[in-house]
Design a protein around this ligand. Sequence first.
Ligand code: ASP
Length: 332
Amino acid sequence: MSAPFQHLFGIAQLSREQIEHLVQLGESFIELSRRPVKKAPTLRGKTVINLFFENSTRTRTSFEIAGKRLSADVINISASTSATKKGETLLDTGETLAAMQPHVLVIRHSISGACEFLADFLPDTSIVNAGDGAHEHPTQVLTDLLTLQTKAGGVSGKTMTIVGDIAHSRVARSHLLAAKKLDYKVRLVAPKTLLPRGIEQFGCEVFHNFDAAIPGSDVLYMLRMQSERLTSNCCFPSIREYHEAYGLNAARLAKAGDDCLVMHPGPMNRGVEIASEVADSARSHILDQVEHGVAIRMAVLTELCGSSPQPQARSKRRKQAEAAMQAQGKLL
Ligand code: ASP
């Protein structure tokens, strides 16, 4: 039996048992989405708010579909239509939404740690990290683990080779954390300019030559260049050269074992990190990942809606918030 938790900030907080429990619960939800009538009463009477300050197709839509298929009331707010455009702070937006008594607030934000920051002040609401800066993206990694569970019989003992913009990838970071807990190996492949300094401390192998990393890989996990997080375009000479050195095409894939899976968290940039001939091939599990993303988000919402936060006095929360904002120079 895995311990319950109120928030999902990242893979870092989860035990092996909790990760395995969420993946197992996710697996049990796959079938619901394949039924002609895709509805279960599990979250009836629960309210989920999706608050997205960064663009998203898969994550936002899958949280929405997951909540609706489980009968929750789901509200979507994007930064472009929220009052943050009128100068409201993240904390005030969070407190405003929390005052409407949702059970779960799903947040995507460009600042690492934004979810933990808000959670300190919204003790009655469960918060889910749907991607915070280059920090963590826990539900993507749980999704990938579910795909590996169903398509490769699990992840333990496998070697996942993650290729591309590691420096700015919250997905790569969450996989590095998960790998330690679930006993899989991670190989990182990138030019030096796209690798964070000291990454070896995670216990992973680092390659600058993609071809050298392919033999022995069970998964080739391709990453998009995070152009929204690049501070300059000096990380590689040109898109063509990047594709030649780090793109996955059919010739490269032929060097992998027959059972090697191709994965990508999306959105793909065809012709950059992945060629269409690979993305659309039978080896690609990218659309399986999308399908499993809905099931995992059902699992996460079910888990969090079952937790019972301890209410605190609002004035106390406000005082804490003000002190923290002063300390942070009203950063958020
Ligand atoms: N969808 C993933 C994320 O939000 C990967 C990406 O955007 O490249 O981090």
